[in-house]
Design a protein around this ligand. Structure first.
Ligand SMILES: [Zn+2]
Length: 466
């Protein structure tokens, strides 16, 4: 079966041009100039998708989601079905979710659990990172095995003592192991031990409102942990990727390491680019909608994060999609901010929100494609299968309408959560059509996908190592 995407502007990290994208079954077989002889030959008997007036871009890759994840006595509200469907609506065609090893459990059994949650339920392709929360001889050996199975990145936590937290020694040991297999260590860099002291002191003073979630997680404790993670990775000799970087101080630490040639990388998320501590301080319990970790920061950080995206000290935008409903889930923290489940829904709106950055002149159109699709694919061993429109790549393709307007709202979004952190925001740009391995999932704003189409993608190792 042949499909030709015709008349659009193909955007890649190196530029934009008029081109025809030729698809055969699940793969792209050519990207050609309009009118080229190859196009005429191919078009015979091909299904034609009209992309006039649209941007044609590689399907976005979201390397940070938490679907169907237990946290704080409840579970994130999107299943693999609803979460991947919402992702597709927003132009994302691959997610990499986090499988969890609990203390006392083997990596294998955690990974098996996540495979069974996802298998047969996904609308788009998916992979897994592995959260390591119990470092020992067995789990270190298993890390190498998992790399061989396409789970080539391991997330560790300097935060959440008693849950996911690892000591510096444990982190260092896992980093040494990662070095031998070529794996990347992903780090949640916040000083959880100090934060827990601040949290219990605040609660003892009766400071229970959502905004104290932010006040008890000062930005300096993210910068400190980021610097510490960088030092540990440098000595261990392993690649490091800082997840959900939110502050100027942490960005400076990453920039310095990169300036010295270290394999240190970082992502940020739309919530840190567009929302702030002011949202966390909203009236009454409203702020609970904005509780995530690291917390939303003072507005001053935002301009620096955009600069980091331009300079590539921030290489990726991911969502850290971790939805909890306001009713009953966020409400677990009524009267105690430390019991509010951490996370903001976002998998559907990353491409749209970062496009506002293009319109505002913060990033270029090619850079938009790079931070949403190409770099995350290459960083996590999915490239060139994903993240690029090139012969041989999967036909994961998005037609994006750069002039359509929409208003973000829980009433119209497709995530299985009862609020939007961007409620009422009018934006320009909208996903029109989405193909996943050649199969249409969204067609001119209508969902035509199918659960079970998405399959597990075994990933290689980081494509940026020097
Ligand atoms: Zn996360």
């Amino acid at each position: 079966m042949r499909t030709m995407i015709s008349g659009g502007t193909v955007v890649s990290p190196t530029g934009a041009q008029q081109a025809e994208v030729l698809v055969e079954d699940e793969r792209i077989v050519g990207v050609a100039a309009p009118g080229a002889a190859v196009v005429a030959a191919f078009s015979e008997g091909a299904r034609r998708i009209d992309a006039s007036g649209k941007l044609v871009v590689p399907g976005a890759v979201d390397v940070h989601t938490h679907l169907d994840m237990p946290f704080g006595g409840t579970s994130s509200a999107d299943t693999f079905e609803t979460g991947t469907r919402a992702a597709a609506w927003g132009g994302t065609t691959t997610i990499v979710d986090f499988a969890i090893q609990r203390k006392g459990e083997a990596l294998r059994s955690g990974l098996d659990t996540w495979h069974s949650k996802a298998e047969g339920n996904c609308v788009i392709d998916y992979g897994f990172h592995m959260i390591v929360s119990d470092v020992n001889d067995q789990s270190c050996k298993e890390m190498d095995v998992l790399v061989g199975e396409g789970v080539s990145s391991f997330k560790m936590f300097m935060a959440y003592p008693g849950v996911f937290y690892s000591t510096d020694g444990e982190i260092f040991r896992a980093m040494q192991q990662a070095r031998t297999s070529g794996a990347t260590i992903m780090m949640h860099a916040e000083n959880g031990l100090a934060i827990d002291v601040l949290v219990s002191q605040a609660l003892a003073r009766g400071e229970t409102a959502p905004r104290f979630h932010g006040i008890t997680r000062p930005d300096r404790l993210e910068a400190e942990a980021t610097g510490r993670a960088i030092a540990l990775a440098k000595v261990a000799g392993c690649p490091l990727y800082i997840v959900h970087l939110s502050t100027t101080g942490a960005l400076e630490a990453v920039a310095e390491a990169r300036g010295e040639g270290q394999n240190a990388f970082a992502e940020t998320c739309p919530q840190y680019l567009f929302l702030s501590a002011d949202d966390l301080a909203r009236e009454g319990f409203e702020g609970a909608k904005y509780v995530c970790s690291p917390p939303l920061r003072a507005k001053e950080h935002q301009a620096n994060l955009w600069r980091g995206l331009r300079t590539n000290d921030l290489s990726v935008v991911s969502t850290d999609h971790c939805p909890f409903c306001f009713k009953e889930q966020k409400e677990l923290g009524l009267g105690d901010f430390s019991k509010i489940p951490n996370g903001i829904p976002g998998v559907e709106h990353r491409v749209d929100l970062t496009y506002q950055g293009v319109l505002a002149g913060e990033i270029t159109l090619p850079r938009w494609v790079e931070v949403n699709a190409t770099t995350p694919a290459r960083m996590f061993g999915l490239y060139p299968r994903k993240g690029v429109l090139a012969p041989g790549s999967d036909a994961d393709i998005v037609l994006y309408d750069p002039t359509a307007t929409q208003t973000i709202s829980a009433a119209t979004h497709h995530m299985s959560v009862d609020y939007s952190a961007y409620e009422g925001q009018a934006i320009t740009g909208r996903v029109d059509t989405v193909l996943s391995r050649g199969r249409t999932v969204i067609e001119q704003g209508q969902y035509v996908g199918e659960k079970g189409h998405g399959s597990f993608v075994a990933r290689g190792t980081n494509g940026y190592l020097t």
